[in-house]
Write a protein that binds this ligand. Structure first.
Ligand SMILES: O=C(O)CCC(=O)C(=O)O
Length: 360
């Protein structure tokens, strides 16, 4: 399969830049041989594994980083934890470059009803998503071996719902399975409009680290790529019913600093948000406090409890400083969808038809 990543759409292609810190380790000078990449029928191209030295840096960073975070609950209904930083700048910046080069990103265009009329919405940033809701998980025949109870091995539990760390030993492809814990009685798989994609190995260590720091488990990884200061996400909240009651969403920043805004929702009668963050609803804000967090590379914010039900958040366009100085930013949100409607929603808005790389 030919590999078409975002890099193909930016001229000149990004240089293999040296890490920010000019001193290089032996492992960076003599990196270990690359492991075989992840392939899956739902991926548009293979996705490399995380380089070993970065994998190591990530686990070291996790042990030494500020894992406690700062609790932000001094406003009505606000319940956030600000990890500043969660990852050291150097590790975060290298992760940014690797993910930008490896993940398949999309510029999704979709239609939404506005005043009874179908309006075309162009998502103002690149997006991609991996994962599946609680009703299913990914496993392969190898995972089933040796367990007469039909349980998959420890790394491929339904909670993991992803490519596990033993993926280099796998001989059969990952397939979607019905979760044994699902509340529905039917043993048939849900009819998804978009085929769910397993979370690739390249995101696994990060997911585990975020789960450990936030004491939550996630089955979705949504990635936003803001290529320039013109890319943005409008005020919205992630309060869809498919996320369950009081969802916890961890949001990690990599690359250029961007301002993250939080403001309390207006009275319900004036709230008009539906569908996605980019559909033009939810101007929000009844004149209350707007919290501004300058999210730097490696910072993470956990939004939990009553936050999503009551607060809106956004990344506004960054103007006035010239785009050249702004640089790209990747944001990774870790979430948990409980029902198939969540899976369909996330693929609809973040992958779409799966085409149109660079469109928009
Ligand atoms: O980029 C960010 O920090 C925010 C992303 C976000 O709000 C979302 O994906 O729902």
């Amino acid at each position: 399969m030919s590999k078409r990543t975002l890099d193909a759409f930016f001229k000149p292609p990004p240089k293999r830049t040296k890490p920010d810190n000019t001193s290089t380790t032996n492992e960076e000078n003599n990196p270990s041989p690359p492991q075989s990449p992840d392939n899956h029928p739902t991926y548009p191209h293979s996705i490399a594994k995380l380089p070993t030295h970065l994998e190591k840096a990530l686990s070291e960073a996790i042990e030494t980083s500020n894992r406690e975070g700062k609790i932000m609950n001094n406003q009505p209904d606000l319940d956030c934890v600000y990890f500043q930083p969660f990852l050291p700048r150097r590790t975060a910046n290298e992760l940014f470059r690797v993910l930008r080069a490896e993940l398949p990103f999309y510029r999704v265009v979709y239609f939404a009803k506005r005043g009874g009329v179908d309006v075309e919405i162009k998502t103002p940033r690149f997006t991609t998503v991996f994962g599946v809701d609680e009703e299913c998980f990914f496993a392969c025949d190898d995972d089933d071996a040796g367990d007469g109870n039909g349980n998959v091995n420890a790394d491929a539990t339904p909670a993991a719902a992803d490519i596990n760390s033993n993926s280099q030993y796998r001989t059969s492809p990952l397939t979607l399975r019905k979760s044994p814990t699902t509340t529905t009685t039917s043993s048939t798989l849900p009819k998804y409009t978009y085929p769910p994609r397993p979370i690739p190995s390249i995101l696994q260590s990060l997911k585990k680290a975020v789960e450990s720091a936030t004491k939550e488990t996630y089955n979705f990884v949504l990635v936003n790529y803001y290529a320039t200061g013109e890319d943005s996400i409008a005020f919205h909240s992630d309060d869809e019913r498919f996320l369950g009651f009081q969802p916890s969403i961890a949001s990690l920043s990599l690359g250029a600093e961007r301002e993250f805004l939080l403001k309390h929702k207006p009275a319900p009668a004036t709230t008009t948000m539906t569908g996605s963050a980019d559909g033009g609803g939810g101007s929000g804000g009844a004149g209350g406090t707007t919290i501004k967090l300058p999210l730097s590379s490696g910072d993470m914010i956990l939004m939990r409890g009553t936050t999503q039900a009551n607060w809106l958040h956004s990344i506004p366009k960054r103007k006035g400083r010239g785009l050249a100085g702004v640089g790209g930013r990747i944001n990774i949100t870790f979430r948990r969808a409980v029902i198939p409607a969540g899976t369909d929603n996330y693929y609809h808005y973040n992958v779409g038809s799966g085409g149109g790389l660079g469109v928009g």
